[in-house]
Design a protein around this ligand. Structure first.
Ligand code: SF4
Length: 352
């Protein structure tokens, strides 16, 4: 008697065969069947959380060129790591990465622990692993939802999608299988206009058979992000130095550099903005403001600029950064937008 082979198992075999011919050549990836370098895998996986391959690739190359192994990364200052990470977003990942590198270098002689349990005890790996398990890759989610024609909207569908994906994992080459599903989602089963005609799952895919693959997975309507508003103060000394400070290490944008600013509030009162500047100066408000989307809220910042004399001392907690160093500061995206807006404005600043 022949044992029926499940849809998941047939699909897994087809995806792996396709992967062997069509895999993306990614810099952190080992060749099929080969052992990967744990440092590269770890670095790339942390960078790839919530971030696209295209965005990660140049950062990954730059990190690897500068810190080719975990020991050299551990020896870097946290400021250097934050600067190198600037622009990639979700900055707690950079802090965790650095803390973890120090522990591996200090307690494990620079080698990653062999067991998953020991790995999970490392700083940053516990929460990271939990997050990685909790949120399977978006590409995989899409392929599985279409393959099994799962019509329940996300995020409620995640439980079923995860269970189906888990059932598909083959006993042999589970790592390659995960990579294969990610590649299939990125290259063939794309969010819009999936290329079903060239897909190895074409004859198995229920979403394709029912003719509704492209609209899967469906999503529950997203609650509107609240809008917070605030003011940013661009204060320049006559010699070009700009007033900045480093944010506290924990919390939103922790450890990053910022311009002075007001709190960000939903009921922000523009009339009181100037009174929140940490330094008295002849501020002028730019006509344009900037907008930035964080995960849980949208932000609109008005921008106030002023120039002060060279001998002005920075207020407590702030420092002057010379004009030539401005682009090397670890500014997050939102602050870069403010600086860009000031540069574009060509504002003719006055000295107090
Ligand atoms: Fe995606 Fe089409 Fe392949 Fe189904 S057949 S997995 S919808 S590309």
């Amino acid at each position: 008697m022949t044992v029926p082979v499940s849809l998941g198992a047939r699909a897994a075999a087809a995806v792996l065969a396709w992967y062997d011919c069509h895999r993306r050549d990614l810099p952190w990836r080992a060749k099929p069947y080969a052992a990967a370098d744990p440092y590269k895998v770890w670095l790339s996986e942390i960078m790839l959380q919530q971030t696209t391959v295209a965005a990660v690739t140049p950062y990954f190359a730059a990190f690897l060129a500068r810190w080719p192994d975990v020991k050299s990364l551990a020896q870097a200052s946290s400021d250097e790591v934050m600067r190198a990470w600037a622009g990639l977003g979700y900055y707690s990942r950079a802090r965790n990465l650095h803390a973890c590198a120090k522990t591996i270098a200090g307690d494990f002689g620079g080698s990653f622990p062999a067991t998953e349990a020991a790995l999970r005890d490392l700083p940053g790996i516990g929460p990271y692993t939990a997050a990685a398990i909790a949120a399977i890759d978006g590409n995989v989610t899409r392929v599985v939802a279409r393959l099994f024609s799962i019509e329940t909207p996300l995020p409620a569908a995640q439980t079923e999608i995860k269970a189906r994906a888990q059932e598909m994992v083959p006993g042999k080459r589970p790592g390659d299988f995960a990579q294969a599903m990610m590649d299939l989602g990125a290259m063939v089963c794309t969010p819009r206009h999936p290329s079903c005609g060239m897909c190895p799952l074409r004859d198995l895919c229920l979403g394709h058979a029912f003719g509704h693959a492209e609209r899967l997975p469906t999503k529950a309507p997203r609650p509107l992000r609240p809008l917070r508003r605030g003011a940013a103060f661009f204060v320049r000394r006559r010699d070009g130095a700009v007033l900045v400070r480093t944010r506290p290490p924990k919390g939103l944008l922790g450890g990053m550099t910022e311009l002075p600013g007001s709190p960000w509030e939903t009921d922000f009162d523009e009339a009181l903005a100037e009174s929140q500047a940490p330094i008295a100066a002849p501020f002028r408000k730019l006509e344009s403001s900037i907008e930035h989307a964080f995960t849980h809220f949208a932000l609109r910042l008005s921008i106030y600029v002023a120039e002060v004399k060279e001998d002005r001392r920075p207020p407590s907690g702030y420092r002057w950064t010379p004009a030539r160093d401005l682009d090397n500061e670890a500014f997050p995206g939102v602050m870069r937008k403010v600086i860009e807006a000031v540069r574009r404005s060509g504002e003719n600043l006055r000295v107090d």
